[in-house]
Ligand binder design. Sequence first.
Ligand code: ADP
Ligand code: ASP
Ligand code: MG
Length: 320
Amino acid sequence: MNNIIVLKFGGSSISDNKKLELVARRITKIYDSGKKIVVVLSAQGKTTDKLIKEAKELSNNIPNRELDALLSCGEQMSTAKLSILLNFYGYPAISLTGWQAGILTDKNSQNANILKINTSRILKELNNEKIVVVTGFQGINENLDITTLGRGGSDTTAVAIASALNCDNCYIFSDVDGVYTADPNKITNTKKLENISYKEMQELSNEGAKVLHNRCVQIGEKFNIPIITKSTFNEEKGTVISNKIEDNSVKSIIKKDVSKVSIIGNGIIRNYSLIGKIIEYLKDKNFDILKLEITEMKISIIFKNIIEDESLQEIHKLIF
Ligand code: ADP
Ligand code: ASP
Ligand code: MG
C-alpha cells in the first residue's frame, strides 16, 4: 500500500484566510496520522476570473503565452500562502509550481494536456518529510513556457499526480460534499450519490457539471484511480468515482447553456418507464423540442427556447 495521499482543494474552499486556516488544520491532522501528503491547490476564490478580466481591460489581443503566464499566478499565490501557514503551525511544507513539480504539458495554451510528470522533486521533498503543496492548473511545455490546463483544471493536476505517484485514490475537496442528482446550489431536494462510474461522470462533466474537470475523470479511468469528492467544511462521506458500474441507475440531471438538458445513468436507453415519463412531461408542457437523443448512458433534450431552472426542478422531481 502506498502511504502517499493527494488532496486537492478548490478555489471556494480557500477563498479567504479563515478558510485557508481550516484547510491547513485539516492537512496537519492527516500529516500527524503518518501520511505523506501532496496538496494540490486552485487559486483563491474568483482570482482567475479577476485576472482574465484585468487582462481584457489591457488588451483585446492578448498573446496566449502571456495569458497563461498571468493566469498561473493565482495558484502560485495560494500555494505559497498555504505553505507559509503550515510552516507557521510548525509543519515542514514546501510549495512547488507546475514546472518545479515536473508537470510537462503539450503546447495548447489555456487548454494544455499533461503529457508526463517527472515526480523526482515531489518524491525528494516527501522523503524529507515535507508536505508538498503543488499549484493546480499549470504546467510547462517543451519550450519551457508556462501553460494552463483549462478552467477547473486543478482537479486534473491532482488526479495526474495521484496516478504518477501510484496512489490508491485521489481526494477532491470542494464546497459540496459529493456529486449530487443535480447541482445542489440550483435545485432543491437533490440526493448525494455514493458511487458514480468514470463513464457517467465524464458525461456529467462534459455537460458542464463543474464539480469535476472532465480530463481528471479520463485520467482516473485510464489509470484506475478512484476519485473521492468530499467537502472541505464537513466530514461527511463523499462520492466515489470509480469503475464500479451499476446498471439501470439514473444518476444525475444537468442543464448545459440555456436550452440543453441531459439525464445521465448507465443503461438509461433501456429504462422505458423513465423515457415514457419524460416524453409525457415534455408533451404535457408543450415544449418546443429541437432534438431528443437517447444513448446508452444519456438522454439529451435540446429545447427551442430557454429552459428555466424551474423546469429542471420539475424533471428532477419526476425522476428522483
Ligand atoms: P472548486 O472551487 O472546489 O473547484 P467547483 O465550483 O469547480 O468547485 O465545483 C463545485 C460546484 O459544482 C458546486 O458548488 C456545484 O454548484 C457544482 N455542481 C454542478 N453540478 C453538480 C452536481 N451534480 N453535484 C455536485 N455539484 C455540482
Ligand atoms: N483556478 C483555475 C480556475 O479557476 C483552475 C481551478 O480552479 O481548478 O479555473
Ligand atoms: Mg473546480
